[in-house]
Ligand binder design. Structure first.
Ligand code: HEC
Length: 112
């Protein structure tokens, strides 16, 4: 039963926690990319978050919190300006859950 006595050490535990957190962040990003495509966000905002329509906004590289908040405001119709009606009447928008927009925003914020 030698393995029971193995000293793990504070540094290794911190390292382990760091990698667990990193994995979680990478997972959130990948899940976000899938959700972005599955929910057809890319048809208006571009596959890389850079739109091809001059009056639709780019989403790539914005702060994740900003993307999340703007999305939730448009989804809940607290934000009703410009062309938001085009987005919030699109069938996939009302189905997005808070955890999903969290993942989508994490993905978009990492794009150049
Ligand atoms: C039918 C087209 C369309 C689809 C599909 C669409 N959007 Fe949009 N989105 C828009 C338009 C147009 C605006 C700009 C509204 C305005 O004029 O203020 C916008 C605005 C936004 C904004 C605010 C950007 C800013 O800088 O203020 C976010 C965030 C956003 N969309 C995220 C998403 C996400 C995430 C999805 C997929 C779940 C999605 N959109 C799907 C058309 C769309």
């Amino acid at each position: 039963m030698r393995w029971v006595n193995t000293k793990i050490g504070k540094k290794n535990i911190l390292l382990l926690l760091y990698f667990m957190l990193l994995n979680f962040c990478i997972f959130a990003q990948d899940a976000g990319q899938e959700l972005f495509m599955e929910n057809l966000c890319h048809t208006c905002h571009g596959v890389q978050g850079k739109t091809i329509y001059p009056n639709y906004p780019n989403l790539a590289g914005h702060d994740a919190m900003y993307i999340r908040n703007q999305f939730l405001d448009i989804q809940s119709k607290n934000r009703k300006n410009g062309l938001t009606i085009l987005m919030n009447t699109f069938p996939t928008i009302s189905k997005i859950k808070p955890q999903e927009i969290h993942n989508i925003a994490a993905h978009l914020s990492k794009l150049p």
